[in-house]
Design a protein around this ligand. Structure first.
Ligand SMILES: [Zn+2]
Ligand SMILES: [Zn+2]
Length: 275
């Protein structure tokens, strides 16, 4: 299998804040024992304390084969939720190891707020849950940040996750194929329609790089799937540029409060055909 593309480990912009932070992080690690990824209680090694580990909101058992939301009872494993049957997502299949709640949400917030060292732990869970997607020949693409946001934050958390997944699986990682053409407003608080509008025309594949996508099985990597507007916008652009299949792998997905009633009859093949 192809090893990680050479640039995967080298082309992350060297950001002064990031360099300072990682140097500081190494220094702090020497002085302080590791803490739980969620509650910050002292732990023996990188990971969760026993309480947080046992309360991780894992999506196990039945889940929508299209958008990955947990289905409320033990439906057949090939189920597709009503929402996806009504409006099939632009991607083929989305998988998340966790619901965005409790311990998983705390982990994501800590990761977003500078605990970059959590990427490996989070990627482990994503690799485990995402095994059906992480097939030989698949191409990992992190959802890009606009360079202004990248500059202010210092790193793209999707790229950190994608890189950790590439290291574990040996799959190829490209961060140049999918680009964010313009910055987007923060999507917190936006409705579903607002979020769709917010990402319209935002992503692009540079025309000279399109050949790299022809017929490829792409796996979009992001930290969290909310309404799916961002992932859908990316998937559409990638399809148009020639990708044969686009899946989505995230660490956690929001399980909508207004859960639709579920229909558990569609086969996986139907769902795949709809993307
Ligand atoms: Zn804990
Ligand atoms: Zn669904």
């Amino acid at each position: 299998m192809a090893a990680n593309a050479a640039p995967a480990h080298s082309a992350h912009p060297a950001h002064p804040a990031r360099l300072a932070r990682s140097a500081f992080g190494t220094f702090v690690d020497l002085l302080m024992p590791p803490v739980c990824a969620a509650c910050k209680a002292p732990v023996v090694s990188q990971g969760y304390c026993a309480d947080c580990w046992s309360s991780l909101p894992e999506i196990s058992g039945s889940q929508c084969q299209s958008c990955g939301i947990p289905l409320p009872i033990a439906w057949q494993t090939e189920a597709v939720c009503l929402e996806c049957r009504r409006a099939p997502p632009a991607w083929n299949r989305a998988i998340a190891p966790y619901v965005y709640a409790g311990t998983a949400r705390q982990t994501l917030l800590a990761f977003k707020n500078g605990r970059e060292e959590l990427a490996g732990l989070m990627a482990q869970a994503m690799v485990r849950a995402g095994a059906p997607l992480l097939q030989p020949g698949a191409l990992l693409l992190p959802v890009p940040l606009h360079r202004w946001r990248l500059w202010s934050r210092g790193y793209n958390q999707s790229l950190l996750l994608a890189r950790a997944i590439a290291r574990t699986t040996g799959l190829e990682l490209r961060f140049d194929l999918l680009q964010r053409a313009k910055p987007t407003a923060k999507s917190n608080g936006l409705t579903r329609v607002g979020r769709v509008r917010n990402v319209r025309g935002v992503f692009r594949v540079p025309s000279d790089l399109r050949s790299g996508l022809k017929g490829r099985h792409v796996i979009l990597i992001d930290d969290v799937l909310t309404t799916g507007a961002t992932a859908a916008a990316c998937a559409r652009v990638l399809r148009r540029a020639g990708a044969a299949r686009v899946d989505v792998l995230v660490h956690a997905r929001v399980a909508q409060a207004e859960m639709p009633t579920y229909l558990a009859t569609t086969s996986r093949r139907d769902a795949d055909g709809q993307g």
